[in-house]
Design a binder for this molecule. Sequence first.
Ligand code: ZN
Length: 423
Amino acid sequence: MKNRDSPRSHENFLQKEKKERELSNADHRLVGQQLDLFSMNEEVGVGLVLWHPSGTVVRRIIRDFWEEEHLKNGYQLVCTPHIAREELWRVSGHVNYYEQNMYIFKKDGERYVVKPMNCPFHIEIYKARPRSYRELPIRYAEWGTVYRYERSGTLQGLLRVRGFTQDDAHIFCTSKQVEPEILRLLDFTRHMLERFGFKEYRVYLSTRDPQHPENYMGSEQDWNQAQSALANALKEKSISYGEMPGGAVFYGPKIDVNVVDAAGREWQCPTIQFDFNLPKRFNITYVGADGKEHQVVMIHRVLLGAIERFFAIMIEHCNGNLPVWLAPIQAVVLPVGPDCLQYAEEVHRKLLNSGIRSELDNSQATVSYKIRQAEIRKIPYMIICGEQEARLRKVSVREHKIGNTGLLTVRELVKKTKGQGIR
Ligand SMILES: [Zn+2]
């Protein structure tokens, strides 16, 4: 908590990131405006995002996919409040270590905090009843929206905002389960990143600074054990990694995964974080096979990071040409003149009924103008319906940035669109 946002290295990292992004010609803010995905304005407040309908479609698809994958991977979904009494954040240590980043308000003489993190809530769910070793590991996952005060100079587009949603999860396990859990997490991380088109990434192991053990919580033995559990998992997966001594936050070592985008830039997204601090502060335990209480080990992890930030990285990575499964509109149906409108409407309806995100362009413009408009909007499929197509009960397909790809029946088109799904 404390170290994450304060050290100079982090500030340098942000500066470097800002500079690199400015060199890019695929600025997500520009693409976001062109494709009507999101906006921000000073009336609402800097660093606060308004998701427009098209952006919300993409967000929902990512979230649905994410939730399904998490359920398949043994996670349970939870939902937690946006505010909590200050006392909770005192127990967690946020009041002491993180107060300058928190939004705090008073009501009926009591102070409340707008959540900057989801962790204490997941811990409270764990603590709602006694836990046996048989139940572990317990994995709670949530798209948790958090608010953190950041200096206005550090804000930039969606990459650094004040209100954002983390694809958060907390794993509660025994110390023996840590290594297998990390192995599972490394596989899961790769699986998720690849689905979003990131094939290349670099891995870093952030350990404590051996020169300054006083800056870290927990015994030397705890640290050595935790650091070697993370390192062993990386070695077992044959993942080469860079070590970052002093890069750990005060409550435990972590693995950071930086994705490499199409322009060769590195972006830190997934983080797998060991924690000695919160299990002690909240006294979270389980009853072991010996009938005694033992302290739980806790792993915090995000795979995409902040959704807003991940969205920006993805937009810049593909220059706004979202893959078919993520495109807000997958197909636009273009009738060639008014005589073909009826057939075009029929095609459009069939596509909608088959779960394809289709739009009908029934404006008076020429087909070539409609095609240009669809290209600007980066819609993957343009479905041309003329007299010949109506007679053959087929459609002519034109693909974004590729051109005409032939005649298909609606059924074949649906199959093709769905086949371009999650790869
Ligand atoms: Zn956490």
